[in-house]
Design a protein around this ligand. Structure first.
Ligand SMILES: Cc1cc2nc3c(=O)[nH]c(=O)nc-3n(C[C@H](O)[C@H](O)[C@H](O)COP(=O)(O)OP(=O)(O)OC[C@H]3O[C@@H](n4cnc5c(N)ncnc54)[C@H](O)[C@@H]3O)c2cc1C
Length: 425
């Protein structure tokens, strides 16, 4: 019976170590030196690098990559359990070598890169010697890749890229940018002449590619293969976001429960007021529904492929945004005035819910994907009535008993009466 919700004791030991390490090392670093884990300043690196080394020594670096590429090759299910811890702490993904957008870009390189491309970009990215960004969305429309215009033209031994991208996260500080063109995915060093970073938005950059010339070897994967590479990248990215969202909503839930037991109003602790109890009960159920959906999806990926799990991944994507929105709002509300400030993580968590419903594809598109794929398993009913129309099904079932009913009038009368009784009910 291989239907088991338990965690192997050896892996649970790893999870316990990660939880302790994050609480005792990563969180204090985040609180006192925010951003140190990402910084290139030698002083910040001197603080963060020893923590990264501890993770490496423990065999937990670059968790999402297989052993052939220097990761532990845990697979998605174990990664999900680890991300349920890492997602609580802002810097934990980078301290564990699993931070977006680098992870998705590394996945593309691992899957489609030549030996030379891996040498040049994958291993330096894994070691955080360089950082990357991903340029796909364009100002005129992000949800429909058919609207994208950025393209590359081959000219001698170069590709020349022209176009405009929008919301390239961390583009301004990336060493290399993965640029999705209509005719392929290209790796563009940020300092290449013609890469123009606009002044705003500050974190998710608007970038113009003005006849940017890169060598032929900067085409990643096949020519015209950009959509396939993008699916590969985004599929993995979405499920990793969902794993970390489980961590966030669990944090909100912990805060909600602690507060519910800590405050009094109208003669009793607020946990005893029924509407607060309802918020806790609904959140408990929603978090566990999300968590099981995410774990089941991760398990499916491990046992088939990201492509085979597309419908589940899409369902995780909009479900996580919804559960994050609902649970963080309830937790914030139960925290009262304090919840509306930035003195707890709740306000930022709630404000991130709309982002979750947009980044990596808007909810509507994922819902349409789920409905379309699910409907492939169905057909219209053949006649006038739905398959489950009871009178028609009963007529069909009576054929099975036809000889019995014809030979026994008492039984036939009993059956007719019983059916009339159920119809009245
Ligand atoms: C925090 C953050 C980080 C991001 N990072 C990156 C990044 O690193 N690289 C990158 O390339 N992009 C990035 N993006 C961009 C993101 O991928 C796009 O915002 C997203 O694909 C939606 O595109 P859009 O913003 O142009 O919205 P639009 O496509 O204009 O959609 C706007 C709204 O229109 C409606 N809509 C659109 N299409 C449909 C449809 N088919 N059916 C029903 N309704 C629809 C929805 O209500 C949707 O919310 C990031 C976005 C955010 C918020």
């Amino acid at each position: 019976m291989a239907w088991d919700f338990s965690t192997e004791p050896e892996f649970q030991e790893q999870l316990d170590w990660v939880a302790d390490f994050c609480r005792n090392e990563v969180e204090p670093l985040d609180l006192v030196f925010p951003g140190a884990a990402y910084s290139r300043s030698p002083k910040a690196k001197a603080l963060a690098d020893p923590l990264k080394q501890q993770v490496k020594d423990r065999g937990l670096w670059a968790l999402f990559l297989g052993p052939d590429l220097g990761g532990p090759g845990f697979g998605q299910l174990k990664l999900a359990l680890l991300n349920e811890i890492l997602g609580r702490y802002r810097s934990a993904p980078v301290v564990f070598g699993t931070a977006a957008p680098d992870t998705g870009n590394m996945e593309m390189l691992a899957a489609y890169g030549t030996a030379e491309q891996k040498e040049k970009w994958l291993y330096p990215l894994m070691n955080q010697e360089i950082f990357s960004a991903y340029s796909m969305t364009e100002p005129q429309g992000g949800s429909d890749p058919n609207l994208f215009k950025t393209s590359a033209v081959r000219d001698g031994d170069s590709w020349v890229i022209t176009g405009e991208k929008w919301f390239t996260s961390a583009g301004a500080r990336a060493d290399i940018i993965f640029v999705m063109c209509t005719n392929g995915m290209f790796v563009v060093p940020r300092e290449t002449p013609g890469v123009e970073i606009m002044g705003y938005p500050p974190l998710h950059n608007h970038i113009r590619y003005n006849e940017v010339r890169v060598p032929l070897g900067n085409l990643l994967g096949p020519e015209d293969g950009a959509k396939v590479l993008a699916q590969r990248r985004l599929g993995g990215g979405r499920i990793h976001h969902a794993m970390r969202t489980v961590a966030q909503v669990k944090l909100a839930f912990d805060m909600m429960c602690e507060r519910a037991l800590s405050r009094e109003s109208h003669g009793k602790v607020i946990a005893e007021h029924q509407m607060v109890a309802e918020a806790i009960a609904d959140s408990y159920a929603e978090i566990n529904m999300l968590r099981l959906l995410v774990l089941w999806t991760a398990w499916t990926i491990d046992n088939s492929s990201t492509q085979a799990a597309r419908t589940q991944i899409a369902a995780c994507k909009y479900t996580m945004a919804k559960v994050l929105r609902e649970v963080s709002y309830r937790a914030l509300h139960i925290m009262g005035s304090l919840g509306t400030t930035n003195l707890t993580p709740l306000q930022a968590m709630w404000a991130s819910a709309p982002t979750m419903a947009i980044a990596d594809g808007v909810d509507e598109v994922h819902k349409v994907t789920v409905a379309r794929n699910v409907l492939k398993g169905y057909e219209p009913h053949p006649g006038l009535w739905p398959t489950e129309y009871i009178p028609a099904k009963r007529d069909e079932a009576r054929k099975k008993y036809a000889s019995l009913i014809e030979s026994d009038p008492d039984l036939a009368a009993w059956a007719d009466a019983a059916v009339r009784a159920t119809a009245r009910g």
